[in-house]
Write a protein of this length. Structure first.
Length: 173
């Protein structure tokens, strides 16, 4: 091994050792932080924990099935089930809606994911604005939902093609 190769090896080994030490220090810091805040967090969410325990057995069974459904989706997507990112939850809910899930089923799925995250003391991705907007979008675009248009908010006497008998398209289409 030449002098330059030896120096390069030592430099690389030193960098790897420094990175390993930084990672170990970060893990120790994270563990200390978790131990410091865990008890106050548990006290703060005690109401949610009691809420879970107060759910009927039937509701717990349905939520458990919903969580298994979400886990299967996450496994197929090679992503973490807990904590899940808001984007993953959005994709899951949209896929369920595309497969025919009703808006009430979508809301139940969201509630099950939320409850599972809170019970595991994880960040609840369903509180994110993306998830809330996705649930609203699914509700608005579901089959049988009344479409919202700019014309439906027009003042009386304004042009509305569904009320205009001279419109070219047959009524109801």
């Amino acid at each position: 091994m030449s002098h330059e190769e030896t120096l390069a090896f030592i430099t690389e080994a030193g960098a790897a050792l420094a990175a390993s030490r930084r990672a170990a220090m970060q893990r120790a810091y994270d563990q200390e932080l978790a131990e410091t805040v865990r008890v106050p967090l548990i006290n703060r969410i005690a109401i949610e924990i009691e809420t879970i325990e107060q759910k009927s057995p039937a509701t717990r069974r349905v939520y458990a099935a919903d969580c298994r459904r979400f886990k299967e989706f996450c496994d197929a997507a090679l992503t973490s089930v807990r904590p899940a990112s808001p984007e993953v939850v959005c994709h899951f809910l949209l896929e369920q809606a595309d497969n025919g899930a009703s808006p009430s089923t979508i809301n139940r799925l969201r509630a099950a994911i939320s409850l599972a995250h809170r019970a595991a003391h994880c960040f609840d991705p369903t509180d994110d604005i993306l998830v809330r907007a996705t649930v609203q979008h699914i509700g608005r675009t579901a089959k049988g939902a009344k479409p919202q248009t700019a014309q439906s908010n027009a003042p009386d006497g304004a042009a509305n093609p569904t009320q205009n008998p001279t419109h070219d398209e047959p009524k109801g289409q």
